[in-house]
Design a protein around this ligand. Sequence first.
Ligand code: HEC
Length: 403
Amino acid sequence: MPRLSKALTLAMLPLSLLAFACDSADPSLSDGNDGSNDGDGSDGSGAGTGTGAGSSEGGGSGTETVDPALAARVIDYNEALRTAALKLTRRLPTLEQINKVRDADDPEAAYAEELDAMLASPAFNGRMVKLWRDIMRMGGDGLDSAPAFAAKLMAEQRPFTELFTATSGNCPTFDADAGTFADGDCASNAPVQAGVLTDPAVQRQFYGNMAFRRVRWVQETFYCSKMPAEVVDQPTQVDGKDYTSPWDFQTVSTTPIDFQDTQSVVCANCHTTINHVAPLFANFDENGMWQNSIQVKTPIAPDPVTTEMSHWLRDGETLAWHNGRTVTDLASLGQVLAEDPAISECMVARMWNFALSKEDIVTDLATVPFGVVQPHIDEFDNNGQDLKAVLRGIFLSEDFVSF
Ligand code: HEC
């Protein structure tokens, strides 16, 4: 390779990359080919309880003040029934259901009974597939296996962490008319199976240079936050800029792409995290199939080259999901994710946002104050990670039934 072109490449890369790859407003993860994101406005219309939440957005501090409008709300099980029916089954309650809750001696119990019937209905399964399509930003066109797996785990009230650890049955199908699931294994040829992490449809949908987009998908979908994923309390200075990652700055590669560059932004703030996990996903090709060699490219001019281990990290680095949590393959990554409390919190917060008609926790910054979801996180941790039971608890919570 002529030296000149390489020098040119290095000089140009950061800016060109920043223009499209690392922009936090990058829609590449959110546009997908996901027609299913649309048309949802109709069914959440009953939920006025989202108002006033502005005060609590922006990161879960414990200082939010109680909005007088919220404090003035009263419990209304009939309104709750209406809203729950629309969300969970996409239908209005029948007159019979309405009368039952209205005339009951114990309206709460009557509402809970109707809630349980809805949660057990095939229509609920369809709603959960739709929800997970939106959360995972994939669906339709052969891309339903991962959303279907998440919905199936909920329907069957299995430990939700099987999403990352299941070694079989991780690519089910969903019959939308019947509202039922059928078992299916993922056939990516990966040497290990680890829930959605080895789903070929996921790998196909999020194929990209150096496998970074696949890492981003895991981070945003299940961790509920964008990169940088790891931020220390006390940044150190590198070239006069704040270095905020807990990793040793020098762990990331400097060639052919300089991840230690600090000219425009400090690449390593994000890429220490990303580069330590991306190699695990690199053998999936653009069709999502596992091959015995690296299938992703390193974007250098004039032509991208097949990525090598040394493009991500300096020699001798071990892979890890965030600093200190060493992983060796996708199965061990799945295990680490399954044990990560931040993921439990994220999954529960996503259920909360669904129930209360909030937007996406990552792309729309619809964050949930920690105190509000804490009881539901505790339930998740203590009920064998049964996310459907957690959702039931949220639909019974005072926040949901007050209007
Ligand atoms: C705020 C976090 C962050 C910073 C800072 C950052 N990146 Fe990234 N970078 C990402 C994420 C996330 C992706 C994956 C984007 C996607 O494809 O969805 C990415 C993708 C890339 C890619 C692959 C782009 C492609 O063609 O698909 C390269 C190369 C890259 N970054 C290099 C750099 C360099 C060099 C710097 C410093 C100049 C940098 N990044 C700074 C987060 C960051």
